[in-house]
Design a protein around this ligand. Structure first.
Ligand SMILES: *Cc1c(COP(=O)(O)O)cnc(C)c1O
Length: 355
């Protein structure tokens, strides 16, 4: 049976990305060696890093004066690495979810942290509005898409201070005005590649200013100066990231990804709003186009498990909601197809007809 992958992360990738990566794992560039067996300093591998970096810059229109680096440690390491490098005295954090909360906690190790707003008391069902940022902070940290709760800020914020953004779960899904950011980071396993590599985009003139000694590996400059080759980078994840960037480019870039994201979301949210069995879990204006969360309406609560089983039989994979929200979550990253969304919607309709 055909499977429709709605996993929240690691998540669906374009089939051709997986196939092309598999080929290179078997035989890298016709060398007779696997991508897994070659030196990261081999003359064939450097072009992979170079092209991946160039495509990220191209797709996101990264301005002059920024570096793109590939690191290990996941987005979670960035919760620490960002303040270690960029927090000079004081930073602001917007608390919009579990990941935002974790980032904020790590920043407190390095300086004063101002929480500008939080929706924690409402189980993160909306993005706080109407807050202000102190003018004297080094940066404001935001999480553009809250993977667990299904809220998203799909527009670059207008604030007077530099932004730092965790874009792990919506990078490459829309155009971004990178000039507003001192740092953008994203674990690759949601929308760009397999797990193992984190993309970090940095404004060069903000580096090397931290009033503290940093371990060599923690210092962004180490990796910027060595072009992500200070130590052995995760070569297979970087290769599959390159394949995904080629795929995004071929589809028409982030503008095309944005359009598709809106189409997918319209299909799925449209059905959630129409279907008597289900309701969305977050404020409508903050709905994520990437992670679509929904639950059974109160009077149909007992149908949660039966719907899960019904959808699973129809080939849906990974639609179980995160334990902190319950219900269901359909993750619709770039690789998600309209067909997949329609299959989910059909299952919702057919299940409704039975009840
Ligand atoms: C998944 C996720 C993380 C954690 O990523 P790791 O690479 O596992 O550390 C952080 N932030 C957001 C927004 C995520 O979706």
């Amino acid at each position: 049976m055909k499977k429709y992958n709605f996993n929240a992360g690691p998540s669906m990738l374009p089939r051709e990305v997986i196939e092309n990566t598999a080929k290179q794992i078997l035989d890298f560039n016709g060398s007779g060696l696997s991508l897994m067996e070659i030196s990261h300093r081999a003359k064939d591998f450097q072009p992979v890093v170079d092209e991946a970096e160039a495509l990220i810059k191209d797709l996101l229109s990264v301005p002059e004066g920024y570096s793109v680096i590939f690191l290990g440690g996941g987005a979670s390491l960035q919760f620490t690495q960002v303040p270690a490098n960029l927090l000079l005295k004081k930073a602001a954090y917007l608390n919009t979810g579990t990941w935002a909360n974790k980032a904020e906690k790590e920043a407190k190790l390095y300086g004063e942290v101002v929480e500008v707003a939080s929706s924690k008391d409402a189980n993160y069902t909306f993005i706080p509005k109407g807050w202000s940022v102190p003018a004297d902070v080094d940066y404001l940290h935001i999480t553009t898409n809250n993977t667990i709760y299904g809220t998203e800020m799909r527009q670059d914020l207008d604030v007077a201070v530099p932004l730092v953004a965790d874009m792990s779960s919506d990078i490459m899904s829309r155009p971004v005005d990178v000039a507003k950011y001192d740092c953008i980071y994203a674990g690759a396993q949601k929308n760009m590649s397999m797990a193992g590599v984190t993309v970090v985009i940095l404004k060069n003139d903000k580096l090397g200013k931290a009033p503290r000694e940093l371990p060599t590996m923690m210092n962004y400059l180490t990796h910027v100066e060595k072009g992500s080759m200070f130590n052995t980078p995760p070569v297979v994840p970087i290769y599959s990231l390159l394949e995904t960037m080629r795929w995004v480019k071929k589809q028409g870039g982030v503008e095309a990804m944005d359009k598709l994201a809106k189409q997918r979301a319209e299909i799925v949210y449209g059905e959630i709003d129409r279907n008597k069995l289900f309701r969305g879990t977050v404020a409508e204006e903050d709905r994520s186009l990437m992670n679509i969360c929904f639950v059974m309406n109160d009077e149909y609560k007992e149908l949660e498990k039966p719907f899960f089983d019904f959808a699973t039989e129809r080939g849906m994979v990974g639609i179980k909601g995160h334990r902190s929200v319950g219900g269901f979550r359909a993750s619709c990253y770039n690789a998600q197809t309209i067909e997949g969304c329609q299959a989910l919607v059909q299952a919702m309709k057919d299940f409704e007809a039975q009840h």
